[in-house]
Structures are given as structure tokens and as C-alpha cells.
Design a protein around this ligand. Sequence first.
Ligand code: NPG
Length: 374
Amino acid sequence: MLEVRTVRLREIRLPLREPFRISSGVTHDRRILLVQLVDGNGREAWGECVAGETPAYSAETIDTARLVLREWLVPRLLGGPIAEPAAVSPMLDAGVRGHRMAKAALEMACWVLEAECRGVALAALLGGTREVIEVGISLGIQPTPADLAARATAAAAEGYRRIKLKIQPGADVAFVEAVRAVVGPDLPLSVDANAAYALADAAHLARLDRFGLVMLEQPLDADDLRRHALLQRQLATPLCLDESITSAARAEDALELDSARIVNVKPGRVGGFLAARAIHDLCARRGVPVWCGGMLESGIGRAHNVALAALPNFTLPGDLSPSRRYWARDIVSPEWTMSADGRVAVPLTQPGLGVAVDLNRVDDLTVHLEERHA
Ligand code: NPG
């Protein structure tokens, strides 16, 4: 039984070590909305909202999420005892459509609180079985193919198990070709378009087939399930969907239509761990591999993602780069690290998140704080 007495919504500003460019825009520093729950015994649990500053990746932004949390979601959570974390999503979904990133921030924090109360690791509570997870890197769009190839060489030397290249029209085939040439034929490579193409680009995208990519991620608009299926018929490279997969039902539609042969699962995108696990289970039943995406989260969001990625069907490397890739200093300790052979260890022996939140640092970075009590 969970009883949330206090919810703090806090915005921090975390500067990126270097700007990150994807087809829909560039990020210089992250405005991150953190959720902090406190129960009747003074136990604390943290959630992180993955919504960005602009509505480029999804319709939600950090500001819409804060509004929806404050006005609609937080009051429900404070309304009384909650039988189990699996009961949170149905409670938040009743009468509130969409806003999955806002919901996920609260829902995931409730799983962390349950893990704390039971004294078990979050990964174990979710059903995770893996102790280490392979890590992939996502490389933002660079000015030239040679710049991207240099980044890829460095990433391969660091040990990353898969390199994902952000692409957009005008920065695709020649860029992938340059990278394949320097990393050799065996390193798993994938590309991610963040919805930058149209079905009319099918013949152009088919030129990527010769690079032996593990997947082409989200080439078309999030709503275009049918067009993704039409595109898949014209490509040898398996399609993976990210933005399109907002729920287990959407994932089922995508698999039925053959719009995706691989699924990117981000708990923060789909409303939380309950939905993320349902997507994982569905894909496992159908023999479709999944992997855990990233949204430039702080060490708190990374902890959620690493815990989820311990589930058995997360068989492909996740976007689980170590803290130092993005942040001069993270807000958790220990920071997230990667072994020389490109793996992250799942914290299975500590209860809850498995990392401690550095409250002094979080306070220093906080630009906005509001608090609600039961
Ligand atoms: O390692 O967290 C990470 C970043 C991985 O490229 C990454 N994420 O489209 O999946 C994506 C992309 C992204 C980043 C999307 C930030 C939205 C915001």
C-alpha cells in the first residue's frame, strides 16, 4: 500500500557538455522536470518527466506536463492510499487523455517508492533478470560525414556495442557510408530519422540497405503506421518505431500491420512502467526484439531506464550512455558508467533506484519548485 503525502514538482536546468542535434532541432541545455514523492514515513522517491522544451519530438512539453501534473494528476495521487504501483496508470488515465510523459513521471516514481518500501531493487520489482545491459550511443547530426565518422571512431574505441546515427534529408546516405567505412562491416549500426521523411522518399531510403543496418528508426510521422508498413515493403532494413509507439495497443497495431520489426521502448514516452512492460511482453510473445531508448535524461531517468532494460526481451543495446557523455556532473551518485566493453551494470543489490540523488546539487540547479500536500 502506497500513501503519498507530498509531491514536489521541480524544474532543474542541466547544461549539456555539447549541443545535441536531431532532425527536429538542437538542444543546448536540458530543462528537466523532476517529481519527488514523500510518503507518511518520510520515504522519498524520484521521477523524471522526459518532455522536452519544445513540442518537436512530441506534442507534450515540460510546460504542458507541469500544468497537467499540477492541475489534474498530482491531486489524484494525493487522494488516498494506492493498493500497488500497477494501479497508478488506470487512476491517472481515467478522464485524462494523452499527456503520457506527465503521467509517466508520477507513475515511475510510485514504482520507485514501492521498491523502497519493500527494500528491493527497482529492476527486480519490475521483473528484470539481467545484471548487465549492452549500451549503444546515439550520435547527433554533424556538419559533415567526416565529422560524424570521427565521432563514430571515438565511440567504437570507447566500447559502445551499437552506434546510432541521427539522420535527416541531406544528411543521410553519405554520412552512413562514411561511418561504415571507418567502423568496419561488423559493428552494429542503426539510423534514426525522428520522423523527418515522407513515403515518397522510399527509393532514397532504400539506398541505406547496402550498409547492413540493424534498423531504420522512425522515418515517417508518428501517426503514419500504414505508411510505415508500405515503406517496410520497399526496404530490406528492418524498421523500428519510437514516436509512433505510445501504448501496447499501438504496438500491437504496428506489429499486425508490419510497420515495425523492432520496437524502441521508453517508459517516459508511453505513460510509465506498466505500459512499457505491457509493450515488452507483447513483443516477447511475438518474437519481436525491443530496446530501451533514451531522452537525454538525468541520472534519475537513466536509473528508470536501466531498471526496465533488465527485462528479458530487451535483447538489443539500449541508449543508456554513461553520465559523462552528456553532463559535466550528473545529479546522482554514483554516476552512471559504462565498462570498457560497453555494458552498464544494473544495480540489483540496493533498494529502489540504486543510485542516490545529490540533493545539494539538485537544489543548486533548481529554477522552479512547487509543492502539494495531501
Ligand atoms: O542517450 O538519452 C540519450 C539520447 C538518445 O538520441 C537519443 N534520443 O529520438 O530517441 C531520440 C533521441 C531524443 C533525445 C529524443 C532527446 C528526444 C529528446
